[in-house]
Design a protein around this ligand. Sequence first.
Ligand code: HEC
Length: 170
Amino acid sequence: MKKILLFLTAAIFIFSSGYMANAIHEIIPSETQIPEPGADAEKLNDYIIKYNPYRAWAMWPGKGKLYKAVEPHGALLTTFVNNTAYYSIKKKKGMPDASIIAKENYSAEKKFTALTVMYKVKGYNPEAGDWFWAKYRPDGTAEASGKVKMCIDCHSKAKDNDFIMTSKVK
Ligand code: HEC
């Protein structure tokens, strides 16, 4: 009896995990099939957390987890880029529409303090590279978003590099 039960449990487990993998595959379509969130902090957060989770993206080329950074973003950073942004970094022609960069900011003690995001939305703000800026607290609520002057003022130092500070993209 015990053996049969064990066999049944194993069979159900194997069957259901196979099924789950299929189900997940069906729920999460590829990047191009998901409607874009547009310039909206809440929708953007949903998009990068639920629909196209940023933690599954590639990290910024040449940067690993928790790399040392300069102020103001925090002592340690982990920066993820979606496919569109990732492939553009190598082309060095600036970032195209729908590029998203999601950067986790950590204290020197490795405490997650904020998520800062740059998302390129066609026609949104041509004077400043069409970037939509957002800063989220660890609970996902937005602390600042949109054409955030503070972000743009500082990132304007890299105006000739599509407002990107981490490395050359142009
Ligand atoms: C005082 C200057 C300054 C301000 C203000 C600032 N940043 Fe940055 N940001 C930087 C620097 C410097 C880097 C590169 C960090 C590194 O690699 O050490 C950076 C990197 C980034 C990156 C990674 C992509 C890139 O440009 O290299 C994102 C995303 C980002 N910042 C978002 C924001 C957002 C959103 C705001 C506003 C809420 C903001 N930043 C405000 C200086 C600033």
